[in-house]
Design a protein around this ligand. Structure first.
Ligand code: ATP
Ligand code: MG
Length: 329
């Protein structure tokens, strides 16, 4: 059986700098990964590393510059040109960092949930519709459901609003939810509740998640596997525990040395940087070369390719030579 999501060599260039002197910002370069049914995959990396770009491409809010996206083995970009079809949107949903920004203050919570149910033909009668809205609210722990349904977004806390956003995504019974920093704006005390809800949905309904975060500790808590991004490159991927216990890439090492106890966000704990990596018309070579303690000449000349190692680990670094012809390009 093919994986639920199979992303192959995805790239995204943004044109920047005006039409007189156009330049290209390389937000994503040659990203390949798979996500299985009922799996949580975390995507971690500092600000601007390309995490949201991956999510926007996978939910097809934007088209990639290169590469393929396969859902259950079907090449969706090739088969469905242009914007995502209703069928694709039913299967792949996204939730955002700011649950307030994505909810309309003039609509009740019930109305927010009715919309996708009606759009995707999930209810035949008015009674059916309201029963489904209540069931969704029950699923995400917003009770008593009839009371919550009558409220407006501004009457709820941040954590409750994020639950509404999750309920809205669940309305269409998706297979995959792309969760872009879903807890980073929430109080620390309620983050675990939302993460536990994700785990519950994975276990009870087999829903897969791409969980985007700055926070290594929460990534380890929920994710089966993890990917680390730097300057638009997936520099390392593997099972969460193995990756954190024995990081392979020098950048992952640097991240972990900044948060030895895996507490809190590494966005705050990162060591001082020697300048942001160049994304606009980037120089050749490894994007981490300028900061890497293990840098050699080849790193400044050639961009390393992903190398697959034992136990599902992948690393993109010249320290790990490519075995003959096992590479993915
Ligand atoms: P954060 O943690 O801050 O959310 P991120 O890892 O999600 O960061 P992205 O939003 O994917 O980062 O952005 C990657 C790079 O692409 C950034 O340098 C960003 O400025 C750039 N970028 C994103 N969208 C556009 C756009 N529409 N036009 C030009 N550049 C863009
Ligand atoms: Mg982002």
């Amino acid at each position: 059986m093919p994986p639920l999501l199979d992303v192959q060599h995805l790239g995204k260039l943004y044109r920047v700098g005006g039409w007189l002197r156009p330049k290209h910002l390389r937000a994503l370069h040659d990203a390949s990964f798979t996500l299985g049914h009922g799996e949580i995959l975390a995507l971690v990396g500092e600000s601007g590393s390309g995490k949201s770009t991956i999510a926007r491409l996978c939910v097809r809010l934007e088209a990639p510059t290169s590469g393929r996206i396969l859902l259950d083995g079907r090449d969706v970009l090739h088969e469905e040109r242009g914007h995502a079809t209703l069928a694709y949107r039913r299967r792949v949903q996204m939730i955002f960092q700011d649950p307030f920004g994505s909810l309309n203050p003039a609509r009740t919570i019930g109305q927010h949930l009715e919309r996708p149910l009606l759009l995707h033909d999930k209810a035949k009668t008015r009674a059916d519709l309201s029963a489904r809205v209540h069931a969704l609210l029950d699923t995400v722990g917003l009770v008593p459901a009839p009371e919550v349904a009558a409220k407006y977004p501004q009457e709820l806390s941040g954590g409750q609003r994020q639950r509404v956003a999750i309920a809205r995504a669940l309305a269409v019974e998706p297979d995959l939810i792309l969760a872009d920093e879903p807890v980073s704006m929430l109080d620390v005390s309620i983050r675990a509740d939302v993460l536990n809800l994700m785990l519950d949905l994975k276990e009870k309904r087999g829903i897969s998640f791409l969980y985007i975060t700055h926070d290594l500790a929460s990534a380890r808590y929920v994710a089966d596997r993890m990917m680390v991004m730097y300057a638009g490159h997936i520099v390392e991927a593997g099972p969460s525990d193995a990756l954190l216990e024995k990081p392979l890439h020098p950048y992952t090492n640097l991240l972990l040395s900044a948060v030895p106890e895996l507490e809190g966000s590494f966005a705050r704990g990162l060591p001082a940087r020697s300048g942001a990596p160049a994304l606009v018309d980037p120089p050749p070579g490894c994007p981490f070369a300028a900061r890497c303690p293990d840098v050699t000449d080849v790193c400044r000349r050639e961009t390393p390719r992903p190398v697959s190692l034992d136990e599902g680990r992948v690393v993109r670094c010249h320290l790990y030579p490519e075995p003959s012809r096992t590479r993915s390009e």
